[in-house]
Ligand binder design. Structure first.
Ligand SMILES: *Cc1c(COP(=O)(O)O)cnc(C)c1O
Ligand SMILES: [Zn+2]
Length: 399
């Protein structure tokens, strides 16, 4: 990759910074890990933003409303399907406090992954690759497949064999992705992408898993939209956590809003994992400096069935810097929350998304969150993603 191409791709003041050793680097679409210490990187812009909410609000609500805060050059035409601009819905009947759900199921392919793919695939389109490659529990696959199709690129997907929700698999097939099944869990599929493609230095398929920091830049707009729509910063944001990219991205968004003067405070971030796949809960509780991995992650919430989250260090920083917490919930609590959202609120989410409501109830119960506090739950994906689980748990009223 020569630097003149990079100059047209990114804004002139963008740089990448290592989250461990603090070294800075010029922006490079292919740099995912710090060349000095191997940790992950965050992109930053050096210029201070002087754009107001009223200026931003003249544009359509969505990822690209916040273009000043995104690293891509303002001259680039994005590969877009109208992602973002999802409903922020006030919960009316949970018998809990002042809570909203940010319904990310309303994105073009039904999950928040679209916010990242619009950035990632726009980059891919401008660096002369043949296509993109991802390991996925399903939603990243559905999203990458759709955005690659839109960009005229091919898409290679590695999935954990037999453990992908049928709606997500159908989407990947529909959009023409080339699908490879891998034995084991998502962690094994991601290993294969890293070892067989990324670390071998191939430049034909652009990798778009969430160690790719450019993708997370799109996902940070969840924070921007929450503040934009509420008109203030909530006290607490509750996020289902799998590979831990999203909680890191959302925290970065709140941090940037605060730094640029568009927000007067930052929320506490609470990450929720399923009991059978809770490496970050364990690591955080024990204050371990190493990730306490889960070898055989197991939960009905397949989107968060991950034992070795690649963004674990970023996510620990997000939770610690925000004075938040990691908590775990059982599969039964997840399914109960999913039913409550569906039957009492009219909101259909997939199991992983319902972990946010289950986590909220637990957090209220143990005094981690106060009833008087304003809380936003991230409803990460749509109910139609996983119809099998719905049919398994539903009790039918046929009279
Ligand atoms: C990807 C995904 C998650 C987990 O997000 P991470 O960034 O991997 O932590 C949660 N819920 C749904 C529906 C997802 O698709
Ligand atoms: Zn480093």
């Amino acid at each position: 990759m020569n630097s003149s191409v990079n100059k047209d791709l990114f804004k002139p003041d963008v740089y990448m910074k290592c989250i461990c050793c603090g070294s800075s680097f010029s922006p490079d679409p292919w740099r995912f890990f710090c060349p000095k210490c191997g940790c992950l990187l965050h992109p930053f812009l050096t210029a201070t933003m002087n754009v107001s909410w009223s200026e931003l609000r003249k544009r359509r609500l969505g990822v690209w409303r916040y273009r000043e805060f995104l690293p891509l050059s303002s001259k680039l035409e994005p590969v877009s399907l109208g992602e973002g601009g999802t409903p922020l819905i006030r919960l009316r009947s949970t018998g809990v406090g002042e809570a909203y759900i940010k319904f990310e199921g309303a994105n073009p392919t039904g999950s928040f992954k679209d916010r990242g793919m619009t950035i990632g695939v726009t980059i891919a389109k401008h660096i002369s690759v043949k296509g993109v490659i991802v390991a996925s529990t399903g939603n990243t696959a559905a999203s990458a497949a759709a955005y690659a199709a839109r960009a005229g690129l091919s898409c290679v997907i590695l999935l954990p064999k037999g453990r992908v929700a049928i709606g997500k698999l159908a989407q990947a097939i529909l959009h023409g992705a080339q699908i490879k099944e891998v034995e084991g869990s998502f962690d094994n599929a991601l290993d294969e992408v890293l070892n067989e493609y990324v670390k071998k230095g191939q430049k034909e398929l652009y990798p778009l898993n969430s160690y790719n920091p450019w993708r997370l830049e799109g996902q940070k707009t969840i924070a921007y939209e929450i503040v934009d729509e509420l008109g203030f910063v909530p006290d607490v944001v509750i996020v289902p956590v799998g590979n831990a990219g999203n909680i890191s991205a959302i925290w970065k968004g709140f941090y940037e809003l605060y730094e640029s003067g568009l927000a007067n405070k930052k929320p506490r971030m609470i990450g929720v994992q399923a009991e059978g796949a809770s490496p970050l809960v364990k690591t955080w509780m024990k204050k371990s400096k190493e990730l306490l991995v889960v070898d055989n992650p197991e939960t009905i919430a397949t989107a968060i069935r991950i034992g070795r989250p690649v963004n674990w260090m970023k996510a620990l920083k997000a939770v610690n810097e925000s004075n938040g917490a990691f908590i775990s919930v059982s599969d039964d609590e997840i399914l109960e929350a999913m039913k409550n959202l569906a039957m009492l609120e009219g909101i259909g989410v997939e199991p992983a998304s319902a972990a946010s409501l289950a986590g909220y109830k637990k957090a209220l119960g143990i005094g981690l969150v106060d009833k008087g506090e304003t809380v936003v739950l991230i409803g990460t994906g749509h109910a139609l993603k996983d119809p099998d689980t719905i049919l398994r748990i539903a009790s039918w009223n046929t009279k």
